[in-house]
Design a protein around this ligand. Structure first.
Ligand SMILES: NC(=O)c1ccc[n+]([C@@H]2O[C@H](COP(=O)([O-])OP(=O)(O)OC[C@H]3O[C@@H](n4cnc5c(N)ncnc54)[C@H](OP(=O)(O)O)[C@@H]3O)[C@@H](O)[C@H]2O)c1
Length: 385
């Protein structure tokens, strides 16, 4: 039996992970959980899975839970340090990293530093600190298994391949809810529409990123670090059915693809059970029902964040940090109804174009670049909207 910690247990990936762990009951035991502010869901998880340590974002929520569980043997802690403590908990064998955004970076680094197996969903960590994370994993011996469905697909395609034989990796994107809309129609998109993803049920931030296609841009950068690829080896194809998750073109002309039903439980389970596989409880993929698999080029003029992400991917240095920070600030503003949907890409594009590249090697330099870009983006939002 392996011990599991979940960073972001109350979110979409966290809850899906717990469902899988519950179904594969004989294989895993939950020992540590970290969440943000959703104490209601966290309490149900504590009662069902009996972890030994839990962390929340805020002190007041932790104190409330301490009173409630004072007779139980669960340590309750809080803040970023609390989430890091959960990530480093000595009994962990596997850590699922699924906190959204840069808030997941320090806990992810703590998990990587511990040298354990990491099931990585928090793509923003790889985007802003890919090189640092890979160096750290190399030193600690941590094994990083991707949870993102596209990267899980690439990982599976590459299982028996030599990297020098890989010509190109293509990540697919459903295209989100607005792929067929004209630029003009996109001007009036509401928050409710942006949160209705046609294929995947996910947290709000990643759902908005999917509708602007920034999610795919972030995934290109994530793939660059996960698989040590050059920017020119990475591409995107729109595939509305979301059945083929990625394609890997080999030097001999063969193209390997990974297909599965559109359900995050599949890549999450694979990351947990890797290198073995367990039976899935989901219905099998029936291509005779799917009938057609379509593929299109992404319209980078309409979805300009792909252009911004590609620029950041190619420039490297502090560019991906600036891209991510500007996007996190703009998406929060949209979720709070302070800006319109189309303003997200306008703001991020402008910040990336204005960005002055710095070399970033240390964690402090990453956080400095992140903080400066957030400030710049907030100022731009204040001036303009
Ligand atoms: N959902 C998917 O299908 C999917 C697929 C591929 C990759 N991903 C990636 O996985 C990550 C999680 O996505 P999600 O959809 O699960 O997001 P989500 O539903 O919004 O969940 C985010 C989780 O992070 C927690 N959290 C947020 N801020 C925190 C903080 N400061 N300290 C501790 N915990 C904090 C939240 O806690 P509370 O809710 O308690 O506040 C929640 O548990 C993202 O990076 C996303 O891009 C998601």
């Amino acid at each position: 039996m392996e011990n599991i910690a979940i960073l972001g247990s109350t979110g979409s990936i966290g809850r899906n992970s717990l469902e899988i762990i519950d179904k594969l009951g004989h294989m895993f035991r939950v020992v540590a959980l970290a969440a943000g502010r959703n104490t209601r869901i966290l309490e149900t998880q504590i009662e069902k899975f009996r972890p030994k340590i839990v962390s929340l974002e805020r002190k007041e929520d932790a104190e409330g839970l301490r009173q409630k569980y004072e007779h139980e043997s669960v340590r309750i802690t809080f803040s970023q340090e609390g989430a890091e403590e959960v990530a480093r908990f000595e009994e962990n064998d596997i850590i699922i990293s699924a906190i959204t955004g840069i808030n997941g970076l320090r806990p992810t680094l703590a998990a990587v530093d511990s040298g354990k197996k990491i099931a990585l969903a928090n793509k923003e960590s790889m985007v802003v600190a890919g090189s640092l994370i890979q160096n750290m994993a190399h030193e600690s011996g941590a094994q990083i298994i991707p949870v993102d469905s596209e990267h899980s697909g690439v990982f599976q395609c590459l299982a028996k391949e030599r990297m020098e034989n890989v010509k190109k990796v293509i990540l697919t994107a459903s295209g989100g809810p607005f792929f067929w809309k004209s630029r003009r129609e996109m001007e009036n998109i509401t928050l409710e529409e942006a949160l209705q993803h046609p294929r995947w049920k996910m947290g709000k931030k990643v759902t908005v990123d999917s509708s602007t296609l920034m999610n795919k841009g972030l995934e290109l950068i994530e793939a660059r670090w996960l698989f040590s690829l050059e920017p020119r080896q990475l591409g995107i194809l729109i595939h509305p059915q979301s059945i083929v998750h990625s394609l890997v073109e080999m030097c001999d002309g063969s193209v390997l693809a990974q297909l599965s039903p559109t359900d995050m439980k599949i890549p999450i389970q694979y990351a947990l059970t890797y290198p073995s596989r367990e039976n899935s409880l989901l219905p099998s993929l029936d291509l005779s029902q799917v009938k057609t698999l379509d593929f299109f080029e992404a319209d980078v003029d309409k979805f300009s964040l792909i252009k911004a992400a590609r620029l950041a991917l190619e420039e490297g240095g502090s560019f991906p940090i600036a891209l991510n920070a500007a996007n996190e600030v703009a998406v929060s503003a949209f979720l709070e109804r302070r800006i319109k949907f189309i303003n997200i890409s306008e703001v991020v594009m402008e910040i990336v174009e204005r960005h002055q590249k710095r070399e970033v090697l240390s964690l402090e330099e990453i956080f400095d670049a992140d903080r400066d870009t957030r400030l710049m983006t907030q100022n731009l939002l204040k001036e303009r909207y």
